[in-house]
Structures are given as C-alpha cells and as structure tokens.
Ligand binder design. Structure first.
Ligand code: AMP
Length: 418
C-alpha cells in the first residue's frame, strides 16, 4: 500500500514544524487584522473556470475533476482565491465595512508533474483583501508576506514586483506581444503556439521557451496604471521592503491586473521550484462572480516549499522532542501512577509512563529516550509515606505527593527547551 504519486505524509516527528509555521502565519495575520475563512475543499467546477480562465494551465491540465452521484461536475480546489471570492459574494461580506481582509490555510490539488517542491496535494496559506483600490493595500500585503519570512529568520529571498496595468495597458501590451511572437510561432513549444491566440502574456511565463527581447511592458502602460505602480513602490520604499522590478513577471492566472509579485528563494542549488509565494491584484473578479465591482488583492504561500527553503537555509523550526515528566512505577503502584499521570497532564505537564510492566531500569531507559526533563519514581515505600522520588538535573529528593504539582510548577519545566 503506497500513498498516491505527488502526495506526502507529515509524520509525527515533523508535524511540530508545520504547526509552528501555521502559528507564525496566524499570528502575523492577526497583527495585520486578517481573519480566517474556511471554504469547502471541493467546489462546482465552473468556479475555477470562471476565475483562473479557460486557457490557464490549471484549468486545462491540472484539475482533479469528478462527477458526483448527482451528476454534477465538481473539482478539488487547485487554489484558494476562487473559493474565497465565491464565499465573499455568496455571503455578501461586502456589506460589512471594507476592506475585508481574510486568510485561509489548507490543502490544494493540482495534477502536476511531481518533483522536489511540486506536489499534487500541497498546502497553501493565503490572504485576500477586498475593497480598497489603493496602492497602500498592495504594499501592505507584500510587506506582510515579506515579514512572515523575516520572522522565520529567512532572508535568502528576493521580492519581485511588476504591474500588468489596467485593462487598457493589458490590451495594448497584448497586441504588441502578439506582433512580436507571431513571426517566431513555429519555434515555440506546442503550448505557447496555442497561447499566442488564447493568452499571449502566459508565453512569458513558459518554462520551455525563452525570449531575447520581448516588448517592454512599461512602454504600453497607461499613465494611470503607471501612477498606481509608482505609488505602490513608494510605499514599499517607505516600509523598508527590498524589492526588484521585473518587467517579465506575469503570473499564471488570468485574473491578475495591476500589481503582481513573487517571493523567490535565492539559496544556491535550491532548484527550479523557488517561488515560495505569489500574488497580485484582481480587480474585476468579484464582479465576475456576480458581486459588486469591488477590487481585491491577495497572495498564496506554498507551505511545503517554504519548509524546504527553511531547511535548505539551515533554519531550525522545532525544538528537540521532549516530555516534561516521566512517571516510573512498580507493580504495586501502577494504578496510583496512572492517576498521577492523569493529574499531571491535566495540570499542563506533558507526561508519560510505561504502558507495560517493566523493570525500573527499562523505565529509566525509556524516560531517557523520551528526553524527559524530570523523572518521578513511585516506590511502594514512598507511596505508603505519601511521598514520591523526584529526579531532576542529576539530583534526587523526596516530595510529599500532595505538594507535587506546586513543586513541579516551581521548576519552570519546558524553559530549558525554549
Ligand atoms: P499559485 O497559486 O500558482 O500562484 O502558487 C502560489 C504558491 O503555491 C507557489 O509560489 C508555490 O509556493 C505554491 N505551489 C503552487 N503549486 C504547487 C505545487 N504543485 N506543489 C507545491 N507548491 C505549490
């Protein structure tokens, strides 16, 4: 029995790292006043066709789509924005005060060619902010993504930003790009041959083809779009976020306009899957989903890929495995031992005892293996005296059973592992 291709198990010894990352995401979200939204793992298929675009790779090649028993076409979500926008419109969240700032965390599904950092089930953490068409919001969202990495102690990354401009800028550039690409069509990969007609901007994002000097996006930008972008860069400067403007950055999905950005790992030898986080503005998408014309911007983090990058950079996320207390017993005191273990756990101490009868030596060995900070030995004689032996940092004393919790409290257990 094996897991499906492109998936992975998070094993007990690794799950702490995931929980730690999740904690960092959640706390940064709370500082920036983003609140969690949880949407279904599957949606009606058209939701994703509407948002990503019929011609996007996601829709054309990567969705896990199935017909349910009611003969409806359903799709496992390949990304979080479409479901969030659907929920925003369906639940009329726009009647509350704007901007509405939400975040999500969970599994996404894409039928991609698996490799290091690219999976068929992967985990994304993402944010969406609806309702302010201000370059300040774009800068705020980029700064939030950047600061998550700084809090994690990771600085081997570059923030790349670009603007696709407004609709007029996009149309102008699209025409120029088609004129540039058409004469070289026969040399392009099969996908790009098609993209010239369906979504020429995506040609710039191709992993196979590369281009000498494609038309420069900035020359086709309207004045208004340029002003918005300059305003955003000014805020980024003011917030002290280092960035690079990359005129060729377009991003894979159809719904972006104005600001697009990526956070890329710059660790040597990290490999091609180095985009840790990507996002952009999607004015028009809420309207496309039947809501009012409310602008939006968001990003999605690859959690799996971020963990790989942190590991490659040598950043340790989890403390060594340990427990606070190990209770060793004798056959005569096992039942009392079990009651003590329960009482300690309910007082907040991570506590274990042996589930099988073992010699004291074997129990001490097990305590050592579990990295127990403290060992409590419940001998029959001590128990009859209502006492217990406490072994801590090489010292051994007897403590009255009724005082044991207060005594353990006074030791500040757990702190040595901080
Ligand atoms: P996207 O939703 O395509 O903009 O991707 C946002 C981020 O999600 C990327 O920067 C990656 O970190 C991550 N990501 C996207 N696809 C995958 C995948 N198949 N496996 C792992 N991470 C992914």
């Amino acid at each position: 029995m094996q897991k499906p291709k492109g998936t992975y198990d998070v094993l007990p010894r690794e799950s702490k790292k995931w929980q730690y990352l999740e904690d960092v995401f959640r706390s940064v979200c709370s500082y920036y006043n983003f609140k969690e939204i949880r949407t279904p793992i599957f949606e009606r298929t058209e939701i994703f066709h509407r948002s990503s675009g019929e011609e996007s790779d996601i829709v054309k090649k990567e969705t896990y789509t199935f017909t349910d028993r009611g003969k409806r076409s359903m799709t496992l979500r390949p990304e979080g924005t479409a479901s969030t926008v659907r929920a925003f419109v369906e639940n009329k969240l726009y009647v509350d005060s704007l901007p509405q700032k939400v975040y999500y965390y969970g599994p996404m599904f894409r039928y991609e060619r698996p490799q290091a950092g690219r999976y068929r089930q992967f985990t994304q953490f993402g944010v969406e902010a609806f309702g302010a068409e201000s370059p300040l919001l774009d800068a705020e969202v980029i700064s939030m993504a950047y600061h998550i990495y700084s809090i994690l102690g990771f600085d081997q990354l570059v923030v790349k930003v670009n603007t696709l401009g407004d609709q007029d800028s996009r149309d102008n550039y699209r025409n120029a790009l088609v004129d540039y690409l058409t004469p070289q069509k026969e040399y392009l990969c099969n996908d790009c041959k098609e993209r010239i007609d369906t979504n020429p901007l995506r040609v710039l994002d191709c992993k196979i083809d590369s281009f000498d000097s494609p038309p420069n996006m900035s020359e086709y930008r309207t004045e208004k779009a340029q002003k918005f972008f300059d305003g955003m860069l000014e805020y980024l400067d003011a917030l002290g976020i280092p960035y690079e403007v990359d005129e060729t950055l377009v991003r894979g999905l159809d719904y972006y306009n104005h600001t697009v950005f990526e956070l890329q790992a710059t660790i040597e030898g990290f490999g091609s899957q180095n985009t840790l986080c990507g996002g952009g503005r999607y004015n028009g998408l809420v309207k496309e989903f039947g809501g009012p014309d409310i602008p939006g911007i968001g990003f999605a983090f690859g959690v799996d890929r971020t963990l790989l990058a942190l590991e490659a950079a040598g950043i340790k996320l989890s403390k060594p495995e340990y427990i606070n207390c190990y209770v060793a017993t004798f056959p005569e005191t096992r039942v009392e031992g079990a009651r003590l273990v329960d009482a300690l756990r309910l007082s907040g101490f991570i506590t274990e005892m042996s589930h099988e009868e073992k010699s004291l030596k074997a129990q001490l060995k097990q305590a050592d293996k579990m990295n127990a900070e403290i060992i409590l030995i419940l001998g029959e004689e001590e128990f009859n005296n209502e006492e217990i032996i406490v072994k801590h940092q090489g010292e051994q004393i007897n403590v009255k059973l009724e005082n044991i919790i207060d005594y353990l409290d006074s030791l500040n257990l757990g702190e040595i592992n901080e």
